[in-house]
Design a protein around this ligand. Structure first.
Ligand code: NAD
Length: 420
């Protein structure tokens, strides 16, 4: 199939590269010319394991451009632009609308039926109430007849995105029309996982409900972890015992300093804001967020038990990315922690294998180290991200406050964990 991808960030580029691996011809379209140039050189503009290799191996099947005109040579378009939060937490659909208008203007010239698939995370109703009317208004064509419409949420995790895309637990497809059903069935025919076909809105809601549930599972174990710490119980033993129950499962029960990233925070915010708009309480989801806001600051409180006056003290930070194996720092727990340390006038020195470049833009004045070892000679060391390379460090001389449960750090001179 000939596929166009609009928006070549984490989701768009992984989707494009993986479809190329599956034998399709892919055109990546983005407004950022630097990204386009890199993709055409076989270089991934983001750090994601295996993505460079896919881009170079399948370079004959991947083209990148800033020109929407390229859509005309494709049968199906995946809309993968960002859907960030507005200041009040509601969903900003401006990139989505802008891209939809551009697509519609090009589809005006297309002679054959084209399928448009929303892959960006959007609130229930968005595809039908925003994308569909814009498509019709700017193309002069009828959705459901000249243009097929579908919603196909993405569940990949950064760091293991390629594996998640190629071997997903499930594929969810919300459908508006029969032509889209036919094309998407064909596109996903070699996947062995369950494929759920449903309505546009149900597909949109499945994504939000899944992310809110996972965020809640983490906040739940963090709350249990805070209680366990008070009683000297090992939270990880508790998680083990809970996880053996098939109804619960062990995944997402790693207590720590909470969740961040580009998805959970904004999706939880959008759901809360949407619930308000619908005049329905979202009590569980609101508390999920509240626990997550407090959790990283607990690490600083524990640090202050050991060093009451942080002013002038050097605090080493291991990890800035929101999780290991990514350079993504969006809503990283490092942000509130470093903000609090700086508020207390501590000197912060930090190291991350991938995320220092983007972090510099947020915090230009802290000290960035060229190796993890350099961070160790500090008054205290905080473990923020569980990068594999932090497991090989010699912590024996240090005061370590651990936010991520790194077993090797227990060898520290003084060691304390956030929930253990
Ligand atoms: P991103 O910010 O990494 O990438 C978005 C891309 O869209 C950027 O490259 C940007 O330049 C481009 N763009 C913006 N406006 C455009 C336009 N008018 N035309 C063409 N390109 C345009 O975002 P992302 O992390 O890939 O997320 C994309 C969507 O997928 C979001 O809705 C997100 O919630 C969802 N999602 C993300 C993940 C994840 O792990 N990152 C997982 C599942 C779903």
């Amino acid at each position: 199939m000939n596929i166009s991808i609009i928006g070549t960030g984490y989701v768009g580029l992984v989707t494009g590269a993986c479809f190329a691996q599956l034998g399709h011809h892919v055109t990546c379209i983005d407004i950022d010319p630097d990204k386009i140039q890199k993709i055409n050189q076989g270089i991934s503009p983001i750090y994601e394991e295996g993505l460079d290799t896919l881009l170079t191996t399948y370079k004959d099947r991947i083209t990148a451009t800033t020109e929407y005109q390229a859509i005309l040579n494709t049968d199906i378009t995946f809309l993968c632009v960002g859907t960030p939060s507005n200041k009040d937490g509601s969903l900003d659909t401006s990139y989505l609308s802008e891209a939809t208008i551009h697509i519609a203007q090009i589809l005006k010239m297309k002679k054959t039926t084209h399928v448009m698939v929303v892959k960006s995370t959007v609130l229930p109703g968005t595809t039908q109430e925003i994308v569909l009317p814009l498509l019709e208004q700017h193309s002069g064509k009828k959705v459901g007849i000249d243009i097929g419409l579908a919603m196909n949420p993405e569940f990949l995790k950064e760091g293991v995105a390629i594996q998640d895309f190629l071997k997903p637990d499930r594929i969810v497809i919300g459908l508006y029309d029969e032509h889209s059903r036919k094309i998407l069935r064909e596109l996903y025919k070699d996947f062995t996982c369950p494929v759920l076909e449903t309505t546009l809105s149900a597909a949109e809601m499945i994504k939000y409900a899944s992310n809110a549930f996972l965020a809640t599972k983490i906040s739940f174990i963090n709350e249990i972890g805070n209680l366990c710490k008070k009683q000297g119980i090992d939270t990880y033993d508790v998680a083990e015992g809970m996880g053996l129950d098939k109804r619960i499962g062990r995944a997402f029960l790693d207590a720590g300093i909470g969740w961040g990233g580009s998805c959970f925070p904004k999706d939880v915010d959008a759901l809360i804001s949407w619930a308000k708009q619908k005049k329905e309480p979202a009590r569980i989801i609101e508390q999920t967020k509240a626990v997550n806001t407090d959790q990283p600051l607990r690490l600083v409180k524990i640090l202050q038990k050991h060093i009451p006056q942080l002013k002038g003290k050097t605090i080493g930070i291991l990890g800035l990315a929101f999780k290991p194996d990514t350079d993504d720092i969006r809503e990283s727990r490092a942000i509130p922690i470093i903000t609090e340390l700086l508020r207390n006038k501590a000197h912060v020195k930090a190291y991350d294998p991938q995320a220092m470049k983007s972090f510099t833009q947020l915090f230009p004045t802290i000290e960035y180290c060229s190796s993890a070892t350099e961070v160790l000679s500090s008054d205290a060391v905080l473990i923020i991200t569980k990068w594999k390379e932090f497991t090989t460090l010699d912590y024996t001389g240090d005061l370590v406050i651990d936010g991520r449960r790194l077993p090797e750090a227990k060898n520290a001179k003084t060691y304390e964990g956030v929930c253990w």
